[in-house]
Write a protein that binds this ligand. Sequence first.
Ligand SMILES: *Cc1c(COP(=O)(O)O)cnc(C)c1O
Length: 422
Amino acid sequence: MPNFCADDHWLAATDAADPLSALRQQFVFPVAQDGTEVAYFAGHSLGLQPINAKKYVMQALDDWARYAVDGHFLGRHPWLPYHELLTGSTARLVGALPSEVVVMNTLTVNLHLMMTSFYRPTPERFRIVIESGAFPSDRYAVASQASMHGFDPAIAVVELTPRPDEPHLRQDDMLRTIDQLGDSVAMVLLGNCNYLTGQAFDMPTITRAGHAKGCIVGFDLAHGAGNLDCQLHDSGADFAVWCNYKYLNAGPGGLGAVFVHEHHHHSDVPRLAGWWGHTKASRFEMGPRFESIVGAEGWQLSNPPILQLAALRAAMEPFDQAGISPLRARGDRLTAYLLWWLNQLPTTRCRLLTPRESRERGSMLTLQVYTGAEQLTESLHRQGITVDLRRPDIVRLTPAPLYSRFADVARVGKALLAELAT
Ligand SMILES: *Cc1c(COP(=O)(O)O)cnc(C)c1O
């Protein structure tokens, strides 16, 4: 356990000592009522704007004005291969081969596309295992997939549930359930991290357990991409989906991404097809027969929105500069410091729902505040501190490693103590 403290000199020295602190200058901060920069702890929900986002979006608009249809081929960044500008960064971010990832669509759409390919239930093997407290959209998506295939979601969708009075899952319990039900399970789908508790799951271990039973294993990395060092390829997961607007700062409604493991690239897994997934060499011959690109790009349907890709390009730059592994280490230090503050809060007022161990969480910590969570959030907001309230009693706080400082964590820590310890 490092020697944390609340001393201003220590905070200034700690922030100054980390070269990654400088990444903060690449972001635009909302301004609080008193004219100072907001201390922002909601990056798990919507990340801050990268300064270059406006510039890159304006470039794309300028190219449209100047070249019109020829912009597909002309300008600094022609639109036809524009999405390929994101491939390398995305692959590095999640630990995948370039051929395993593609930026396209938005998250829930991508989840459905992946399930269309990988959820192929039979009368014997039709269940979908998810974690209890999965994000509602994921829950609706899996239930509707089961229904589309003629199964009753109440039977087909199985939730992994924590033991009574425990805030999160035990891995042994998860593995036991997968083992026991495995023969009837078509797919295991976990959010990593869980969006509410911040619990991170061990992807290689869960993937091995699922595969040992013949199940497809997929992950929703909405709260993992840009937060954890995911190492998707090595995890062996069959597929993963995520959005780029939380830890990844691509802006509201920004594009999502997909990972399809290499071991599916040459299989005959069925898919929904569109022209953008067609082999590039002959895409514009506009022939009647679909020939898929080999790899994740083969799942593309439409030509992508360039303005959103432009914003995402700006968002990926700081990740490329820092590398996800050092960033995760910084995120872990900041969160450990936040934990040091939260440990001082009275247990009569609140409890932590996130596992304390670094390997079982990312940057986000979740507090259950027994009474007055809403007033607490509003009071913090008046003090220029943005946290995230899930009514009625959940407060989520994320020191995002790209732009949060130790000084910011101390600010929210002191404010929480003042609010809850009196
Ligand atoms: C944020 C989030 C979503 C949001 O879905 P969109 O399709 O991007 O609107 C879905 N699932 C999880 C787990 C999330 O965290």
